[in-house]
Design a protein around this ligand. Sequence first.
Ligand SMILES: [Zn+2]
Length: 298
Amino acid sequence: MNIKFWGVRGSIPTSGPAYVRYGGNTPCIEVHTDDDTLFILDAGTGIRGLGDHLTVPGTPLSASILITHPHWDHIQGFPFFKPAFVRGNSITIVGPQRADIPLERIIADQMTNIYFPVQLHELHATIAFHSVLEEEFMIGSARIRTMYVNHPGFTVGYRIESAGKSLVYISDNESFDAATMKNATNFEQSVLDRFRLQNGDGNQRIYDFARDADVLIHDATYTPEEYADKKTWGHSHYEFTLHVARQANVKRLYLFHHEPSRTDDAVDEIVRHCTEIIARRHDTFVCDAAREGAELEW
Ligand SMILES: [Zn+2]
């Protein structure tokens, strides 16, 4: 399996000399399984560069785009994904199901002529939609599992397993704390209830979902100090992210969804601090910050 990061920034794209090393595009990750099934995790602004990279004239493309949730930073790159404009290409968009609005309309609505000059139905690729709850299904030889995570709106994490290798992607997720979440009005109650009804630590379902993964990519938007003022916004501070990796016994952790104003030097500092914490606790997993352009093969 191999992955390449095309967008690692949370919430809104950022640019400028202080952000060039980690990059400013919003979430998008290219994944190839060993039998070369192509997955694209989220369609943030990073998908534009990926689309250009994937476009080879005369060679039809088949890809599944796994959307965690339709907040802007996770879908806003799709209208700029060049393969969607090419006849003969086949794209399946997978995303969480809402009771009130079909997945296809969620994607189409950001391309109505109020917001964009080309409408979804004008794209030439064959585009299919597959909305999911918490479930397990196959795409090619890969087994995909989904699970609701703790983020406003219906938001899922993805676990991809293929040829004995595993990748878990949880882009946006907040530590579940029953007292804090009791007053949250922006979360889906049915999702909160799943955490609330867990015996002991409400986050156990997240640990179990990521259990023994080769690679975990997880939200680390905030520092612990910043998080104090951002509770119920649906994001983690990096110490909780380390906790998830430890509890789940993963082999490698990528801190992901960097806060938009986090400079390269500040991300370096967070990685340094995380490395110290890992050494002090004798944890065995490797930790790094996701960086645009970085690749991993295992
Ligand atoms: Zn996000």
